[in-house]
Design a protein around this ligand. Structure first.
Ligand code: MN
Length: 319
């Protein structure tokens, strides 16, 4: 079993090793393609997870490697994965904005490589399709700054990787995991999980992808309204109630929005937002993540029970 320190060092070494990074991305692409065509857990753009288990859930990282390492250390994530105690779910947005984008995404890639059946790496809006560019998207420039013209090649490889990432994961009867929010435009005429999430075909339609990667929950409307982000929509409690009913799940766990305490709840506690990074350009004082045990009866009643936080001034855990 590799130790966390070893994996962390490997991730750090990618900064000076473009060949290794390129190979790592390539490997991950083939793992994901393989899962899509061969795995029982994968339905096109979605991952079906078991119920009655444990989940470590990590929201937006945006290049904050230090906090990511702290979370993995505090949760004893390597042992958790090694002993098959549950699943590690990433909610997207690994790159852009932060200081250690290459290290952060490399760490995620390495975890997926070592524990492919136990690690779910979801797509965020900063792992974009060409039709939906986020702003800022400085990751390609970071790659070029580190690796020169080779950086462009590596970015092209990453673009392929982005396209292979699943955009939703579902623990049946329990939780819908995604980056932004559920797709709303299909809700009136869809029935059941695959239909409502656009999982019948691959790749998904761009309109479904846009909503899943960009939507935000709000309290000030019932249904939907245009989003101030310029992509996706804002959705109200009626949408959430409908989605929970159609999919037969108890909660939606998503990332995408910063929050002062690292998390927030919407829609009567049914939508949980996790933001798992610290530092500029965001204002949040804490990064939050979730360690939930769905074998516990009534685990879903108060989702805040499962939240853990890291504050700005905590010492690093792994040197
Ligand atoms: Mn986002």
């Amino acid at each position: 079993m590799p130790t966390l320190s070893e994996i962390v060092r490997q991730a750090q070494s990618m900064r000076t090793q473009p060949k290794l990074l390129s190979e790592l991305v390539e490997e991950s692409i083939s793992i994901l393609r393989d899962e899509r065509s061969n795995s029982n857990n994968r339905v096109n753009g979605g991952v079906i997870l078991p119920s009655n288990t444990r989940f470590i859930v990590i929201g937006d990282i945006h290049g904050d490697f230090d906090t990511l390492v702290k979370i993995l250390s505090k949760t004893d994530a390597i042992r958790f994965l090694e002993d098959k105690r549950g699943y590690l779910v990433f909610l997207g947005d690994y790159v852009d904005r932060g200081r250690s984008q290459v290290e952060s995404v490399s760490l995620v890639l390495l975890l997926k490589k070592h524990y492919p059946d136990r690690v779910v790496v979801l797509r965020g809006n900063h792992e974009p399709p060409p039709e939906l560019p986020p702003y800022p998207h400085d990751f390609p420039y970071v790659l070029q700054a580190y690796y020169g013209s080779l950086g462009i090649e590596i970015y092209n490889r990453f673009k392929e990787w982005f396209n292979e990432l699943p955009y939703v994961a579902i623990a049946k009867n329990e939780i819908l995991f995604l980056h932004g929010g559920p797709p709303t435009r299909v809700l009136d005429e869809c029935n059941g999980l695959e239909d409502c999430l656009g999982l019948e075909s691959y790749p998904p339609s761009i309109s479904i992808l846009e909503e899943v990667l960009w939507n935000d929950p709000v309290e000030y409307i019932d249904y939907t309204a245009p989003s101030p982000r310029g992509a996706g929509v804002v959705f109200g409690p009626k949408v959430t109630r409908k989605v929970l009913g159609l999919l037969g799940v108890k909660a939606i766990v998503r990332g995408h929005e910063p929050a002062m305490e690292g998390y927030k709840l919407n829609h009567d506690g049914r939508v949980l937002t996790l933001f798992s990074r610290l530092g500029e350009p965001y204002f949040n004082e804490k990064a939050a993540y979730m360690v939930v045990d769905t074998r516990v009866p009534s685990w879903e009643v108060d989702l805040t029970e499962w939240i853990r936080k890291i504050s700005v001034d905590e010492e690093p855990e792994v040197s």
